[in-house]
Ligand binder design. Sequence first.
Ligand code: C2O
Ligand code: CU
Length: 490
Amino acid sequence: MKPISRRQALLLGSLGVAGTAAGGAGLIWTLASRDAPVTGSDLTQPPEERSTDGRLQVRLEAAPGQLLLAGRQAAALGYNGGIPGPTLRVRPGDVLRIGLVNNLAQTTNLHVHGLHVSPEGNGDNIFVSVEPGGTFDYEHRLPDDHPPGVYWYHPHHHGMVADQIFAGLFGAIIVEDPEPIEASAERVLVVSDTTLDGLGNIPDVSEMDRMRGREGELVLVNGQRNPRISARPGQRERWRIINACVSRYLRLRLDGQQLQLLGMDSGRFPTPRTVDELLLAPGNRADLLVTMTTGDSTLRALYQDRGDMRGMMGSGSGARNPADQPDGAALATVRVTGGPVAALTAVPARQGPTDLRSGPVAARRQIVLAAGTGMGGGMGGGMMRFTINGREFDEARTDITVAAGDVEEWTLINTSPMDHPFHLHVWPMQIIEEDGHGTNPASRQDVVNVPANGRVKVRVAFRDFRGRSAYHCHILDHEDLGMMGAIEVR
Ligand code: C2O
Ligand code: CU
């Protein structure tokens, strides 16, 4: 049996779909007009759970159901009955306990993406498997100096990650600032994509789409289709944006309003950067200040060329995705009306992280991300292999061993004609060189895009924690196909 059919059978089983009507011709729900209509509904916020006295204890139940998605009932998967799941708000130094309940018909687990916490035991351990009907109690102790910012959670059971996220399993984690930044409003914007057919089912994904990395036809914010955000002129809002799409890159624009980027991933810049445009690879997050000027504007995700497999596979993927219009998918509509409000004070400068460029390097490694028609795959049929340093993921094998406390320099090399967003768990990366050019400010990211046929040099300080964890392509279809490795810090 092909592993893909098995996954699909499990997913459909878990959704309680009677027969697979999905995938029939003409049932795919396409966008008739260029922009999704403004639904008229205001952007909603996922429910929030906030720590008190240094502790947050939550129960997250992953389950199938008829859930509200893109303004309709859809047969999807959610945490605690919603898409996205609840937003978890914690502070540096807190203990975050998550009781995961698996009411899916398939194995799952939970990864806290970007948090600098232990990967061992009941920490951020992706090697844990929670079987259907099972539970697992995770405990994450955030260091006192944990960087504030935007993080997220999602399943990480190898082979099923893309399917489970595409079906709705994800949520936001915010690590609050020790000294608050003034804002007139704060919003979480979890951007995801999926596809629904006429019956509200998520159709099967073809092998070609898995190899390319699936992109849904609906690009949603907090599960909503083009919701409205209302504000008054002069308001400065804080937007916490997460790219929870399985494979879609988000090149975001909000023409007409003023954008200042506070940081990306766990990296906070010393002073905010004024930007017109923002590129979030799958898994990346942005901490953004939006100052409202006037009028209406649309938050758009512009088409981003991430390369393709043409020439390797013989043909492109055929039909154009309706979300890929030349002027992009409309994610949300901002309406600025009413009397102006007084401007807020400038954001105070803060100290950036230690610059790893000046210190010693204990080891240098090359990490080669490759996609190619594989020898001896056994299945024939032109399945491509997605490898790191020539190998597909094997849970029993440790690919890289690092001495705790060392700073290492990794050259990420992409030999394929498509981009791969490289993600390392637990220990954030500082980009020091992109395609031969040095990069300047010391910042930290946990997803770094490695362009098609390009290379990026990063340095990583393997501090604070020991244990076994993973690095992988965050086009999660590629991860499921094997583009992942195991690392042990000891
Ligand atoms: Cu967001 Cu290893 O993943
Ligand atoms: Cu990839």
